[in-house]
Design a protein around this ligand. Sequence first.
Ligand code: CAO
Length: 441
Amino acid sequence: MNTLIIPDMGNAEPAEIIEIFIAAGDTVEQEQSTIVLESEKATIEVPATSSGKIEKLLVKVGDKIGSGDAYAEISATEESKKAAEPKTEQKAEEAKPVKDDKAEEDKTAEAKTTAKPEQPEQVQESAAQTVKTNTSIELSESSEKVYAGPAVRKLARELGVSLEQVPATGLRGRIQKEDVQDYVKNSLQADNRPLAGVMPQQPEIDFSQFGSVSREPLNNIKRATAKAMSLANLLVPQVTHFELVDITELEDFRKQQNQHYKEQGIKFTIVPFVMKALAQCLLDFPRFNSSLSADGEELILKEYVNIGVAVDTPKGLLVPVIKDVNQKSITQITQELQDTAERTRQNKLSLTEMQGGCMSVSSLGGIGGTAFTPIVNPPEVAILGLSKASIQPVWNGQEFVPRLMLPLSLSYDHRVVDGAEAARFSQKLQSYLQDLRHLLM
Ligand code: CAO
């Protein structure tokens, strides 16, 4: 049994494993990417130094590992034994770290095709060379270099795609094969989708020149949110409409109901009332319950009413979807929201429970604030933000009276919804919340 080991990385300190492409039972080819290491300076994709079947993984994501450390046990297969038989005499020359430079890569490719395959015992000696010739290394000082493996670079070259233009979806901004394919697909449809596939890159800045800093890796949820929000801001021309709603009576009713349902353990908050009223508004204003088709040529109008609710969790923001809100009572919505929010925070949500939303609600009312501008999450065309309700003096025609006012922030996709329509939507929502009896009409 042989082991795959980390080749000599020079003086580099142990680096963190951020991605593992192989698992026990997999058959790997020599030079196939196996794991990705990330140190402060560079991200290194480590290729298999020999072919064979992975018997056991010796590491996991998050482990730190350095030059010479074994990370998998590998056994030879019939194919790998045949492939390991010497074919040419010439050994590959020592190569420099790969940059996103065609000439340099061509040279590397040439070296690979003439290289004599190593026997497993020799793997350790030749591994440094293999890493240098076949990995992509991105130093943090550079914004021009891209992070992609050799197969992806080859595909990009074949398709004539400049990798700098390709938005990455892999871990830590790594460009994957699918990204290149998507980029080409999007570019072909570029007439109708001018922004597709074009995500400007933020320049890399060395903040340590201004003072000491530390680094905190973003978890998957935060990275996905960051990407989705950036895309949403790029794609959707958004406007936010603000409204103050008098919920004094709703609040009295809510408190009464809380007394009434206390023994059943049901506790009403403002959010389920808003969701119920919002569901009715989505039926009243079908354009708010639509999505723009990908080519921007038509609206897809939905006949179901599913509402996403942003839930603040220790790992980041998640948006579970409550289905068919229009068909549910406020009590049912309350129970479902409590249960879903709880499971969201415990990371127990299934993917399907986060899909199929028509419009979202983001409530910061339990925390504070007078207004904010929530970001529409395409393909949805609107999102409703709730801020903290507070007692305010309201003129009733004769005098100022204290009323409980709830601030609403309705952000909408201006490609689909006009300002006047948003104002009408907001007014309607206001009328439902100010007097719940309107919901019965
Ligand atoms: N005004 C005043 N008080 C409010 C309020 C509002 N708009 N909304 C909620 N409250 C009160 C509730 O009534 C409750 O008070 P009591 O315990 O005294 O009854 C308290 O605030 C806490 O409510 P809650 O947050 O537990 O429950 P909720 O139903 O209002 O909200 C949920 C549920 C899941 C939306 C919420 O817990 C949450 O995660 N909010 C954060 C969403 C978020 O991060 N959005 C930002 C997205 S953009 O980055």
